[in-house]
Design a binder for this molecule. Structure first.
Ligand SMILES: C[S@@+](CC[C@H](N)C(=O)[O-])C[C@H]1O[C@@H](n2cnc3c(N)ncnc32)[C@H](O)[C@@H]1O
Length: 310
């Protein structure tokens, strides 16, 4: 109840955004538009050969392999652990993210081409298609799920094979193994909607990932990211940090017999840029960012970021 009202209170309606998005056969009930900030952050990883892997400093070339190992290790326990760590709240955030996008082919419009990057188990991808079918009678739009990790893709494919999508129209969903920083299998200006949930903080070069998102979207296409973020209340932040740094690695050890991966998870959240800095990186990639550019969920434990390729 409390969480639902927190989520609800952070939703706001803006007509100009709706008008714009409706033109693109896509609508949102909750976007703000404002001027583009001309002063985006510089990305320090442009020239530095090192990066962070959680709290460790590693060579950029090493990080991809280390992240790969983490997700190969957690793939089979991914859902159970997510539910345990977040008390199931990650499902509310994902539902809200999908509802907020409210994507789907509108009457008389063209089918949409979705791309869900770091799509792993397919939660967001299947949720988006479900929403489009239920709310817009859209059974034509297509989905590409891209992930760098074969084991996570296998989990998604396994789930997909048991879903109604596989029975109804198997060619609607495509899985590709791809680094989201490159996306060389995805043509320029080819996608209407790019989503990424809890994936981008694992990228070695986040700015490269945002630039690739901009490249593959059609003009008017929407970038939408759901990611852990910074809690905006000092007391809550201290409780949250205490919980995450003590309980999450312990749960990882007890439930998945994998303390290190979950230690990385909490450290990677800590290292991810603040809402404001990440918004500036989205602007730097070339996106038009509505208003302040993000919506906090549960006091900023997670946030939704939106950008429009104009
Ligand atoms: C925490 S999971 C999120 C999965 C799914 N989006 C969800 O919300 O349940 C993070 C995913 O990001 C993927 N990933 C990490 N780095 C990546 C990269 N550079 N390119 C594409 N996927 C990446 C991992 O393999 C993993 O599947």
């Amino acid at each position: 109840m409390f969480l639902k009202s927190t989520l609800k209170s952070s939703i706001s309606l803006n007509r100009s955004a709706n008008a714009y998005l409706n033109k693109k056969s896509f609508s949102s009930s909750s976007l703000y538009f404002n001027n583009i900030n001309p002063n985006p952050n510089k990305n320090s990883s442009d020239h530095d050969p090192t990066t962070h892997f959680g709290f460790k400093t590693v060579l950029q070339d090493e990080k991809e392999k280390l992240v790969h190992n983490v997700f190969s290790s957690v793939a089979s326990s991914y859902d159970v652990m997510n539910d345990a760590m977040s008390f199931g709240i990650h499902r509310l955030w994902k539902d809200h993210f999908i509802k907020r996008l409210d994507a789907g082919m509108r009457p008389g419009g063209q089918p949409l081409q979705f791309l869900d990057v770091a799509g792993g188990t397919g939660d967001i991808a299947f949720g988006l298609l479900d929403h489009a079918a239920k709310n817009h009678k859209d059974t034509k739009s297509t989905m590409t799920i891209a992930d760098i990790n074969t084991d996570m893709l296998k989990e998604g494919q396994n789930r997909y094979s048991k879903s109604k999508f596989a029975l109804e129209n198997p060619s609607r969903i495509q899985f590709i193994e791809q680094n989201g920083e490159i996306l060389d299998k995805v043509p320029d200006n080819s996608k209407d909607i790019y989503t990424i949930a809890f994936g981008i903080r694992n990228f070695t070069n986040i700015q490269a990932g945002l630039n690739a998102a901009f490249r593959v979207l059609k003009p008017g296409g929407i970038f939408a990211c759901l990611e852990f973020s910074k809690v905006n209340n000092t007391i809550l932040n201290s409780i949250y940090k205490n919980y995450s740094f003590t309980m999450i690695p312990l749960m990882g050890q007890l439930i998945a017999n994998d303390r290190d991966s979950y230690q990385y998870l909490v450290e990677s959240i800590e290292k991810f840029p603040s809402q404001e800095n990440f918004s500036n990186m989205i602007r730097k990639a070339g996106f038009y960012v509505p208003d302040k550019g993000f919506e906090n969920l549960t006091f900023g434990v997670a946030a939704i970021h939106i950008g429009v390729k104009v």
